[in-house]
Design a protein around this ligand. Sequence first.
Ligand code: ATP
Ligand code: MG
Length: 360
Amino acid sequence: MAGVTLTDIHKSFGKNEVIHGIDCDIKDGEFIVILGPSGCGKSTLLRMIAGLEKISAGQVAIDGRVVNNMEPADRDVAMVFQNYALYPHMTVFNNMAYGLKIRRMPKAEIEERVHNAARILELTDLLERKPRQLSGGQRQRVAMGRCIVREPKVFLFDEPLSNLDAKLRVQMRLEIRKLHEDLNITSIYVTHDQVEAMTLGDRLIVMDEGSAAQIGSPLEVYERPATRFVAGFIGSPAMNFLEARISDDARCLALGSDDSLPLPDDAPAGRAGRDVILGIRPEHFEVTQQDKGLIQFTVNHVEILGADTLVYGHFGRRKIDLTLRLPDIHNFVKDTSLSLSVAPDKLHLFDPQTRQRITC
Ligand SMILES: Nc1ncnc2c1ncn2[C@@H]1O[C@H](COP(=O)(O)OP(=O)(O)OP(=O)(O)O)[C@@H](O)[C@H]1O
Ligand SMILES: [Mg+2]
């Protein structure tokens, strides 16, 4: 087991820099998720840690040793890919044993390691089958077994569940988490799926175009997103963003000419009279008695999900769109008026220029 330290990591392909300086101290036994949209550099960062991609500048250290110039095989990491690429002509046992055989490990030890991994992954009864005789989830477990038998210091996962159907993904997600709790091997897991990230990660690295927009626990990232990008990327349905202005006395936010919301006590007084981007998550609106709320909202249409209802509509003279997520079932017809309030501590403010969070 080992920690992984990334220090000012850069990557360029030719003249095109795609990773712009990432720092992160990953603790021994930690489960880190690299989350971000397609093309933001997740796989490139992971591949540099694995040694499959040259590091343009900066340092990767595993267990305190700089590995920049070390071959992948010497780094003591094991990687599970999206396309798990099992050898089709080999049994499950041989697929798992193959990497150990080419390292000339004694037969008895190979047997012990494979059986041990098979037990953990509940593959014991399937060891003599070929990959084509397995389900997608079972194949993915064999791919993980191949990594476990190597007893690496670090596990690297690149979107390992993206070939599986939705139900199996949920099941495998739980299995990966359980595996981590059992083995406690430092793990770095790439995904663009925020639910996977929130449920698996001890901490997330949220990437935005080659930079780490925020590094923090899932709750920190949800409750205090550091940038407008992170705020919009985490949460489903996405956060509502509104143009607003902090009043001259810094007590409230003006939303156009008709509506306003009170600001929390620790609101940034220095920004009185300034424009901001206001973020409100759909789940943080409350329906109050008519005329007691601060936003007069008009329903457009609803989607009843069972446990809760998504309500789409608008407010104000400029008919600004809002999405609400209300608990329980609501059969609002079109044009129903709702009076809404939001707790001041659920308001997120961002600078319209820098797009960084403004404290509060
Ligand atoms: N070998 C390469 N040569 C040139 N550019 C590359 C190469 N590999 C990746 N890139 C570019 O680097 C950027 C990051 O790619 P990367 O594969 O790391 O993204 P990603 O976040 O893993 O995306 P996805 O979610 O689609 O897998 C992209 O703009 C991509 O086009
Ligand atoms: Mg990728």
